[in-house]
Design a protein around this ligand. Structure first.
Ligand code: IVH
Length: 659
């Protein structure tokens, strides 16, 4: 991304996030889900990290959200009420720790203090001479609204404490889930508008001018900090409890090694908790260390907020590829950079059909919301039109079909939303595919020529490529074409090819536009079939000879559900290509052309050996060809061309030496 593009995106993100935060913190309503907002904030801070010169003081990453409302008296906080930076995985927690360990090596020795993150309204309570004197909302972090009267109605906020020193206790005001439901039921009966979620209710309630109304709503205060105290965080919690405050009962000190199970455990059990939690707050237990590390932007360096995996998130749409399934149906698929949704990494989502793209007006370059339908299949929920970059165009499905599959013709049957390959039905595609799968350059299975493949498919003994590995001699003998010997031979020939080279296997899959050489390059680059399956558009395009169309076609193949099912079936049957172990073989960077016939091996065998050593095999001499191998009865034209282009001419013996 250029700086100019980044600036445009940052401006748009700032606007959308600021609007969201205003609605959320000031009006107690929501314009989008919290995880979506988190994801946009994450994108903004990553862009700002990449282009620090574009950070402005008004960025949501630099400011605490919210403003103090006019209807309340305002007061300055004793010290700024900070916010926390978000992390979304154990890896990010580790990165945070190693980042701050570089600033202060004591980080490596300290314990961590973690508490669940409550989803409510932050509040500061000031006690003077043991009496609750002032309660302040967070406001913009510097100035808050005075809500002392309201706070006094909350049972879990002691009006008196047994400490006469001036103390400030900070914490979160929440409403328990069962109270929330009860209140909403009452509102429903009364025909009043329902509260969206417990947080909105807690926040909305604290901002009521009528303290009687607040008293009627059961709010709970959980303390998490003794402002300005030098006590370690675990000791602060103890003191808070001794003073009569509720603290999160799961709060504990632990090591990084215990963090994963703590977070995982509470993520699973969170529905059993009385309050809503959206993650955990992780602090260094040592307060002096936290103070020493200081603050950057609006957040302390010594603490982070871990957010549970989002049920929905945002990402930027990189491309729409069209995948052609087993039946010839052309399905559009959204491709984007990998994102975490509901705990798994996803990088593509089905768009179903052309109408869906049209209806949602989904364009390449758009920021989209991804969610998992039924928690399994990733889908595009909607598009953020406000974040759309300049100059995008509506997606023209028919033009795209033509661009991505120039050799095919498509039809859209009356009343159907799906385009299909014209004149091709499932069995025809399967026969063609299977013949290719078994062909010399691919798995090279003897006895799988056109006629046999036809017979197997027509008899429905084979419904996909993997089925050939389950064929039995008896099954084959039930067909007219086979006798015992030929059936045995075929079953053995198939069993022989359970393990083949990755390049042959990739080629055999029949991914459009992936020929032998591309398959080799893909195999050498990605080393394992699984790696190829999760390769991104950019990673694919970085491979020699892979351009946009080929990359799209590969993505299109792997996003197809039928193809995924096929791979799973292969794996189950123990049919799997070998990983590529060595790279940069001794012939890497060298290219070969063979003319005439070789005595010691066939041309295909020679090609295999050359490729296995990292070399490339070409069919004709071109600029840059390293060697021309002259076999027996070779004509002269290739040799002539080689001489012209400076290609070295060698004989079979020299080739054998190189091999
Ligand atoms: S400790 C520097 N502990 O989350 C602030 N905060 O995203 C340190 N929050 O502003 C705060 N539960 O309002 C802490 N157990 C908890 C919390 C918690 C919720 C809120 C708090 C804070 C925000 C940060």
């Amino acid at each position: 991304m250029t700086e100019h593009e980044a600036r445009q995106k940052i401006d748009k993100l700032k606007k959308v996030i600021t609007e969201y935060r205003y609605e959320y913190h000031v009006n107690d309503t929501s314009t989008m889900s919290e995880s979506t907002a988190d994801s946009l904030k994450h994108e903004l801070s990553e862009l700002e990290e990449q282009f620090p010169s574009l950070i402005t003081p008004d960025s949501p990453t630099q400011r605490v959200a919210g403003v103090a409302l006019d209807k309340f008296e305002k007061m300055q906080h004793s010290q700024r009420m900070l916010s926390l930076n978000d992390v979304f995985s154990i890896e990010e927690i580790k990165k945070w720790l190693s980042r701050i360990a570089k600033l202060d090596a004591r980080v490596n020795e300290t314990k961590l203090f973690v508490d669940l993150k409550l989803d409510g309204l932050a509040c500061a309570l000031r006690y003077e001479n043991g009496h609750l004197a002032v309660a302040l909302t967070r406001g913009d972090g510097l100035t808050g609204e005075v809500v002392t009267q309201n706070a006094r109605t909350i049972d879990s906020i002691p009006l008196h404490i047994s400490d006469d020193d001036p103390l400030e206790i900070r914490g979160e005001i929440v409403i328990h889930k069962d109270d929330f439901e009860r209140l909403n039921k009452e509102r429903e009966k009364a025909g009043e508008e329902l509260f969206k979620n417990p947080r909105n209710l807690a926040a909305g309630t604290m901002r009521q001018l009528d303290a009687k109304l607040v008293a009627a709503r059961p709010l709970t205060f959980y303390a998490y900090e003794l402002a300005g105290s030098d006590l370690d965080n675990s000791a602060q919690y103890k003191k808070l409890r001794d003073l009569g405050f509720k603290t999160g009962s799961m709060a504990t000190t632990l090591d990084m090694s215990e963090m994963g199970s703590f977070l995982h455990n509470w993520e699973e059990k969170r529905s059993q908790l009385p309050y809503q939690t959206d993650g955990a707050v992780i602090k260094l237990d040592s307060r002096s260390l936290m103070n020493n590390l200081g603050v950057v932007g609006k957040a302390p360096r010594g603490a982070v907020a871990y957010k549970y995996p989002a049920e929905e998130t945002t990402t930027v749409l990189k491309d729409i590829v069209i995948s052609i399934g087993r039946t010839g149906a052309a399905t559009p698929v959204a491709v984007f950079d990998p994102v975490q949704v509901a705990g798994t990494t996803v990088q593509h989502a089905s768009l179903h059909n052309a109408d869906e793209i049209e209806r949602k007006d989904i364009r390449i370059g758009d920021t989209v919301i991804i969610f998992k339908a039924g928690d399994i299949i990733p889908q595009v929920k909607s598009v953020f039109k406000d974040l759309r970059p300049d100059g995008t165009r509506r997606f023209n499905y028919e033009a795209e079909l033509e661009r991505q599959y120039p050799e095919l013709e498509f039809v859209r049957p009356e009343g159907e939303a799906v385009y299909r390959v014209k004149g091709v039905t499932g069995p025809i595609l399967l026969k063609r595919g299977l013949q290719h799968f078994a062909s010399k350059g691919a798995l090279d299975i003897d006895g799988m020529g056109e006629k046999n493949v036809e017979a197997l498919v027509d008899a429905e003994l084979v419904k996909d490529f993997a089925d050939i590995y389950t064929l039995t001699i008896e099954q084959l003998m039930s067909l007219e074409r086979f006798a015992e010997l030929s059936a045995t031979n075929l079953v053995n020939a198939i069993a022989d090819k359970k393990k083949v080279s990755l390049a042959r296997f990739i080629y055999g899959l029949g991914i459009r536009h992936v020929g032998t050489q591309t398959a080799i390059d893909l195999a050498n680059t990605f080393k394992k079939l699984d790696n190829l399956g999760v390769a991104t558009y950019e990673e694919l395009k970085a491979v020699d000879g892979v351009g946009e169309i080929v990359a799209e076609s590969i993505l299109g193949w792997f996003v197809d559900d039928d193809n995924q099912a096929l791979l799973a079936k292969f794996r189950k049957l123990g049919v799997w290509p070998e990983d590529v172990k060595h790279t940069g073989g001794k012939l890497s960077g060298k290219s070969f052309v063979i003319t005439g016939t070789l005595e010691s091996m066939s041309r295909d065998e020679a090609a295999d050996k050359i490729r296995a050593l990292g070399g490339t095999f070409q069919t004709s001499v071109a600029k840059g060809t390293t060697y021309l191998v002259m076999g027996a009865k070779a004509g002269n034209s290739k040799a002539e061309k080689a001489r012209k282009l400076g290609t070295e001419v060698i004989d079979e013996a020299q080739l054998l030496q190189l091999l």
